[in-house]
Design a binder for this molecule. Structure first.
Ligand SMILES: [Mg+2]
Ligand SMILES: [Zn+2]
Length: 205
């Protein structure tokens, strides 16, 4: 049987949005993220990180630094008995920087390349899966990959939600204060009827 996944964005969603993370010392995992991941682990959902890191294409940091940052993230989660099943990132940019990172790839969000790759590697049922993020592009990504979308108000979320959503072509299936609330709602909806207990009409804003 195919598995279900909760895909999530990195900066602003599982960790603080601090601009380009060009050194692991700048990286700050949100205090509630481990609990959110543990809920997913226990409920049998795959938990997969999906992140654009075009700072590599721009020459701000190397892929080695991305690896070091993700080691910090994994260690923080592990301390609290939580885990990510996989991390996928796009280091490309269509028009900035040098080869081999400068090209019009199929994996830079909101393009669905990373989700599609994950769905093949883990045999994921995308229609039963979710994408959680703090930018409108994460909602577009969900739409492009045919997964459901949850928008969080951490990171850039509150500003985009309050000032920009009137211009959005797609609306999220779920809105939550943060990653933990989003995960709680997703896991709870799954335990009952598969319908959201707290649909967007009753969400914040
Ligand atoms: Mg983000
Ligand atoms: Zn890419």
């Amino acid at each position: 049987m195919k598995r279900r996944a909760v895909f999530m964005d990195r900066d602003g969603t599982i960790s603080e949005e601090v601009g380009y993370v060009n050194h692991p010392s700048r990286y700050r995992v949100f205090p509630y993220s481990a609990e959110a991941l543990r809920l997913l682990n226990q409920a049998g959902w795959l938990a997969i990180l999906i992140t654009n890191q075009a700072g590599v294409a721009r020459g701000y940091f190397t892929e080695t630094v991305i690896g070091e940052v993700h080691d910090v993230l994994r260690a923080e989660l592990e301390k609290k008995d939580a885990r990510l099943d996989a991390i996928y990132y796009c280091a490309h940019h269509p028009s900035v920087g040098d080869e081999p990172y400068r090209f019009d790839c199929d994996c830079r969000k909101p393009k669905p390349g990373l989700l599609l790759r994950a769905s093949e590697e883990f045999d994921i049922d995308l229609k039963q899966s979710w994408m959680i993020g703090d930018r409108y592009s994460d909602i577009e990504l969900a739409r492009n990959a045919d997964v459901r979308s949850a928008f969080v108000l951490s990171g850039y979320g509150r500003g985009e939600w309050e000032y920009q959503r009137s211009a959005w072509k797609q609306q999220p299936d779920l809105v939550a204060e943060d990653l933990l609330e989003a995960v709680r709602k997703i896991v709870a909806s799954d335990k009952s009827t598969g319908k959201l207990l707290d649909p967007i009409a009753h969400g914040p804003g």
